[in-house]
Design a protein around this ligand. Sequence first.
Ligand code: FA5
Ligand code: MG
Length: 583
Amino acid sequence: MSNRFLLLTVTRCQSTTTADVDRVGSTWELSPSRPPGLYLYEQTIQPPLDRNKEWQPLVDRDINCAIDGKKYSKDQHYNIPKQILSHVGRRLYLQPNHPLCLTRELIESAFREGQGFNNCLEPHPVVTAKENFDDLGFPADHPGRSKTDTYYVNQDHVLRTHTSAHELKLFRELQHDLSTGSHGYTLCADVFRRDSVDRSHYPIFHQMEGARAWHLATAHEVLSPSERASKAGFERQRNLEAMKSDLQLLPMWRYRNGLSLYPSTLHQAALDLKAEDPNPTYDPATNPLQPSHTAEEVELVAAHLKLSVEFLIAKVFRQAQNAGIISATEPPRVRWIPTYFPFTSPSWELEVWWRDEWLEILGCGISKQELLVASGISESIAWAWGIGIERLAMLLYGIPDIRLFWSKDLRFLGQFEKGKVTSFHEFSKYPACYKDVAFWLPEDKNVNETQQSEQQSEQQHSTTPALATEEGHLPSEALSTFSVSSAAAPAGGHVSPPSEDAAKAFAGFHENDLAEIVRDVAGPLVESVTLVDDFYHEGKGRRSLCYRINYRSLERTLTNFEANQMQEEVEARLKERFGVEIR
Ligand code: FA5
Ligand code: MG
């Protein structure tokens, strides 16, 4: 018995072309009256071949799909599991009293319509690959575009990996308003990434994008070049003064410079934040100014950006302190780190000190001039940031695990209320059940050679005595560093060093693939997936990996039997999809 597949193309004029995919050239007579599109059928064949047997539509693999009410045609790039689609359209950020909705409102309150920010939402999650990547200057070979990092509907459409996918459109909408009303925006939406599994990463999460633009100088096309230069120079100087005044209005600037605050309702102590920012604003080699900007302009805009963001974080911390979620005895700590995004320069990330470690909250920078030119505001300068809303909400309410945000359990949802921040109480901590899966990767000569030479060169260049231990095992601290995701790649942020990338992807297997299999099998019952052992066996010429999968329900006690069943399914899928040999 075997399965045969039929690919059917229905064209606009209702004629049909059919092709038997495993017997190229033969044609099957079918004349369904269907809308135009591609359809995939399956037939189970038992000899002798029955040509009149019904073809069964392969619903799962049907080539047309609807996402959040819109129709798309799938192609061979399609890689969205049902588990992900089941989360689409929940719009948690609009659900009254949901912590993500309350956190969105808190962010919007620091960047209000009355202060010139349009507060926008963008519910539909599918964008073009052009909007997500090309318009933002992602190079064609950027790793964020790969199917191991991004969910594709088809070659041209993706589930957005970041809210920056809408930047161009939103900057365009500012075009007419810059000199009059609005000069900035915030945007909230859900975003999707094939990512690692742990307490602060989830494949669907929410981001808020913010941007603020200033007019620099008009091109004055009708003037002669010298008149233009002097007029533009004068205008630019005048606008620089306007930017300075904007900066001096920021509560954080006034607080740091010992000036009184207005509105006076804001308590001075609310702004007591310890911000570490040891690096220069820009660095010609690693975090450069753009040719169209002067150092003075960038210093001003960067200061405006950082102080606006610090004000928001101070607000969040203050509320968390009032609710007793974090200590009120020491000022909260944040730090600025230079980074890279294709659509900003210079760029930074902000991390906050939370539960004894640094947690990344946002990425930001000075928008690339190319983007502003394409948006029709070429004579402007702008800053932009993108915040992970879950991360901020975890901080605000003391929520320990990102999966909780998707809970429909009233013991979770019932704890939040508009206008009141109280510490989240775990309704019960159910026991975890961890299982290890160890496997040999299939032989892949080229990749193994690359791996070997990388391990060797790491050993040669390492300043510590040996990065790899006997038999090529990596020491535990090396392992734990790459169990933390390089989540920034799909949004263009820092890309992992080559040795880390190599550890995540080899012999056709990528760490994110395992994360996805586990999520597909266990759904919300998986807490983390961590690489615990990795070695290359000289004799066998093969590489072995061992991952620890931590199963834990947030709502009940899992039985060992259930965990074993999930583990068996994970192992079966690993074998089937990647040809690994379970050890
Ligand atoms: C971005 O997404 C950029 N678009 C941000 C940006 C906007 C930069 C505008 C410049 C200008 P990044 O990949 O670092 O950057 O993601 C931003 C934030 O989203 C992170 O700091 C983190 O708070 C959150 N985040 C990222 N991945 C996940 C995840 N898997 N689960 C939960 N939160 C995440
Ligand atoms: Mg980042």
